[in-house]
Design a protein around this ligand. Structure first.
Ligand SMILES: O=C(O)CCC(=O)C(=O)O
Ligand SMILES: [Fe+2]
Length: 284
């Protein structure tokens, strides 16, 4: 039986500290190579420590410009992350999409809403030149938490990282959105169009977006689901559940919309994930 690579405590800690400090996997692999590690061995060590699929690390070795990491799609019926069981109640292959149950408990949803409430402002989006602007397509109010800003935020980020096999450093800050009756988010893509003039500026830090998680923090009385018109699918907004979807290569089937809230209100937390570590303060 081939012997499994023994990973020393020091090496494990160094890999975790280096990626937490914002260095990408390619940097870690290069440093290990400079220190005499065999590249194939380094890839399997880094994959194991960061709980990433080895294929994701090997993929970068075949192309001259590594394209970065991809998320691991959670598999039904459930995934357990640090003792927290997250159910997978619906799966779509194209685009990879999952409806996730119990991603947050009721107390976590309530706490997140109360932490965000005093900081809400009219939500911005990124325009074609890469600048933030008020967007007529998105009438909700929103705010961003920075990475690890509060213990609850850090806990949610760790949970998502464990669930999707992508380091916390690849996430943009958690965004909270609040919709009132009549407010909506018209159909859009979360990935950036490479043809747009602002593409280089938007992706300079972190590269392209690769996946989104929209977490519902309350249950609107009526309306407010997330629609995927290309799939003929609407995900019900239900407190503590979420929709995760990935869009490798700018997948057009990932078109989606926050449907108008008809009665009551809607609170969500959105996590956008990048292919490379994303530096806070870099452009969104
Ligand atoms: O409100 C929703 O259901 C969708 C939100 C969304 O698409 C986003 O935050 O990117
Ligand atoms: Fe979106």
């Amino acid at each position: 039986m081939p012997s499994r690579t023994a990973i020393s405590h020091e090496l494990r800690e160094w890999i975790l500290a280096t990626t937490r400090a914002g260095h990408g996997v390619p940097d870690v692999l290069k440093l290990m190579k400079d220190n005499g590690y065999d590249p194939r061995q380094s890839r399997s060590i880094v994959a194991e420590v960061l709980k990433l699929p080895l294929a994701a690390l090997n993929a970068g070795t075949t192309s001259p410009a590594p394209r970065g990491l991809r998320t691991r799609h959670p598999e039904a019926p459930a995934v357990c992350v640090d003792g927290h069981a997250i159910g997978v109640s619906l799966s779509v292959d194209e685009p990879p999409l999952r409806v996730l149950e119990n991603i947050l408990d009721d107390a976590e949803c309530a706490e997140l809403i109360e932490l965000a409430r005093p900081r809400l402002a009219r939500a911005l989006t990124v325009d074609d030149d890469g600048k933030q602007q008020v967007d007529q397509r998105r009438t909700s109010e929103g705010m961003f938490f920075s990475i690890g800003e509060l213990p609850l935020v850090a806990r949610i980020e760790q949970r998502l990282a464990g669930l999707l096999g992508l380091p916390v450093s690849h996430g943009e800050g958690l965004q909270i959105l609040h919709y009132r009756p009549g407010q909506e988010y018209e159909p859009h893509f979360d990935w950036f169009d490479p043809a747009l003039p602002g593409y280089d500026a938007i992706t300079r830090s972190g590269g392209q977006r690769i996946a989104s998680v929209v977490i519902y923090l309350n249950t609107p009385e009526l309306g407010g689901g997330t629609a995927f018109p290309e799939l003929g699918l609407t995900v019900t907004a239900r407190r503590g559940s979420a929709v995760y979807f990935a869009y490798e290569g700018g997948d057009p089937s990932s078109l989606h919309a926050g449907l108008p809230v008809i009665c009551g209100e809607k609170w969500i937390a959105t996590k956008w994930l990048r292919e490379r570590p994303y530096r806070q303060g870099g452009r969104r």
